[in-house]
Write a protein that binds this ligand. Structure first.
Ligand SMILES: Cc1cc2nc3c(=O)[nH]c(=O)nc-3n(C[C@H](O)[C@H](O)[C@H](O)COP(=O)(O)OP(=O)(O)OC[C@H]3O[C@@H](n4cnc5c(N)ncnc54)[C@H](O)[C@@H]3O)c2cc1C
Length: 498
């Protein structure tokens, strides 16, 4: 009864798709989730008459009918695509430095490039050449997911070996001189939490995949629910409020899991969607972990986290002059037009990311209301060791400061606030179980990519990883790890049976 072909720890994006991939192939799969709903960061929550997305602002990988994205192909294969309705985003982002500069960048590729070329006509050829390079890098990046756990070599991935490990900034600056174009091609580094000077060029490619950013009707929860429904329809079993606290291992082979409440389940294959470092440190007896593995994990550093305001307004976006879906709003006092996702400052913010879901999907909330999320890059350290009262006070002080900044761009916004919820890096740490509340797991720095993030296997037999611990976080990436690692497990099961 309690023995399975595979156990999946965590129903985040990677765990959900991994579990479904295995169940679709007829395997007996148990999915264990400590929360009471599926999705991890891909969930929604309700305050008053608003349902807020915890995390989803832009979903990459859906593409268009003519040019399907890699994620769409996986969703189709797993029979979840038709259960969902996607809403295309018109703009990739808007850059707005108060009283100095504002430019809207369309998502559609030729319109995006035309916008950049109009800003810096002398560099038009270089801009197009740079985007072409990003596109080729993105092609190799997505192909990596088909080769996880295999030999990744220079012949298969020539561009990645040539320049994937160079810093994004170094490559960008060798093509582009204009500060606004440089800013436009750097700002999305915030989605990975790695500054453009440190981000491996490999990862920039996928961020600038043009022509297909999406929202989903019902928010990210709709995707999580659709996947779990299909998983159960295929005979999979999910248990909520099921927190794994130990992976049982016998003679370097996983044998099952132990839950905090004392229950035990057996399987000789385990897919962990929990953070990789936590899996080794918290779930496995130190003596069972090879010393070499801890050496490999040394370059791992928690990625950056977020301070977030979830705001429900009792007016439509146009009432406060809000016209764009994804906005980078900056005070003129900022030193450079780049997102700072590594911020230790919890007293004030002079640059924020704001998304208003109703711009692309007017039905996202009730008529004459708006759902807005504002994000400020923030590290966990300054939030630690505060008393309960200090934590409360600092949280509201920072929110107040962010609202002051928003008032400069959208006068009157404060007066229209009907609901306001806040989250700090500690909130993300609590709900996602990621060290430092990292929203993209461990920072995909050069060394970590090479030593850890390309390998979903463990030296402990039968243990695999998916989600943001593999390659890089983000919705499409984590879903894709679930599918590729689930497929790798199936292949190995077949080989073993043969
Ligand atoms: C505020 C915010 C904004 C973001 N914006 C975007 C965006 O616009 N676009 C984008 O592409 N990405 C975005 N991201 C990143 C994206 O949401 C994540 O990278 C992705 O959802 C992580 O998926 P995952 O598979 O790693 O699982 P996670 O979401 O990390 O889920 C892990 C799951 O495992 C469970 N778990 C952990 N430990 C245990 C245990 N011991 N036992 C049982 N269960 C356990 C957790 O409860 C959780 O459900 C954002 C994230 C945040 C937080």
């Amino acid at each position: 009864m309690n023995t399975y072909d595979a156990i999946v720890i965590g129903a985040g994006n990677g765990g959900l798709v991994g579990a479904l991939t295995l169940a679709k192939a007829g395997k007996k799969v148990l999915l264990l989730e400590k929360h009471n709903i599926p999705g991890g960061a891909a969930t929604t929550f309700v305050r008053g008459r608003f349902e807020f997305d915890v995390a989803l602002h832009t979903l990459w990988g859906i593409g268009t009918d003519d040019n399907k994205g890699a994620l769409r192909e996986i969703f189709e294969k797993l029979d979840v695509y038709d259960k969902l309705e996607f809403v295309e985003q018109k703009e990739i982002f808007t850059l707005n430095v108060k009283d100095r500069f504002k430019a809207d960048f369309p998502y559609e590729k030729s319109a995006y490039l035309d916008t950049l070329c109009a800003i810096s006509p002398d560099e038009a050829d270089n801009i197009r050449a740079y985007q072409d390079l990003l596109d080729r890098m993105a092609e190799e990046f997505y192909r990596l997911y088909d080769h996880l756990g295999e030999d990744i070599n220079e012949e298969n991935f020539p561009l990645m070996f040539e320049m994937g490990a160079r810093s994004g900034e170094e490559v960008l600056h060798s093509y582009i001189k204009h500060p606004v174009i440089r800013a436009a091609y750097s700002i999305l580094d915030g989605y990975t939490g790695i500054h453009v000077s440190k981000i491996p060029f490999l990862l920039l490619g996928c961020l600038y995949e043009l022509g297909g950013g999406h929202h989903v009707k019902g928010g990210a929860q709709a995707m999580s629910n659709a996947i779990i429904e299909e998983f159960e329809a295929c005979g999979g079993r999910v248990i909520y409020h099921a927190e794994v606290d130990k992976i049982n291992i016998d003679n370097n082979q996983v044998t099952g899991v132990h839950l905090k409440d004392g229950r035990e389940f057996q399987a000789n294959r385990i897919l962990s969607n929990a953070n990789k470092v936590r899996t080794y440190v918290d779930f496995i007896d130190e003596k069972q972990v090879p010393e070499s593995l801890f050496m490999n994990l040394k370059p791992s550093k928690p990625g950056s986290s977020i301070f977030a305001l979830y705001i429900g307004l009792n007016c439509s976006p146009d009432k406060i002059g809000l016209e764009n879906g994804i906005n980078y709003l900056m005070d003129p006092s900022i030193k450079s037009i780049t997102a700072d996702a590594r911020n230790n400052n919890i007293d004030w913010a002079n640059s924020v990311y704001m998304s208003c879901y109703n711009i692309d999907d007017p039905d996202y909330s009730e008529p004459n209301t708006s759902a807005i999320t504002v994000l400020v890059g923030n590290n966990v350290e300054p939030w630690m060791n505060l008393s309960q009262q200090e934590y409360h006070d600092r949280k509201f002080k920072l929110a107040d400061n962010v609202l002051d900044l928003l008032e400069k761009f959208h006068p009157g916004i404060r007066d229209h606030i009907e609901e306001l919820e806040l989250s700090t890096p500690l909130t993300h740490m609590r709900y996602l179980g990621s060290p430092g509340g990292a929203i993209y797991s461990h920072s995909a720095n050069f060394k970590d990519l090479i030593t850890n993030k390309l390998d979903p296997r463990s030296p402990i037999e039968g243990l695999y990883f998916c989600g943001a611990s593999i390659i890089v976080g983000g919705f499409n990436g984590t879903y894709m790890t679930g599918h590729s690692v689930g497929s790798l497990m199936l292949k190995e099961m077949t080989e073993e049976a043969a």
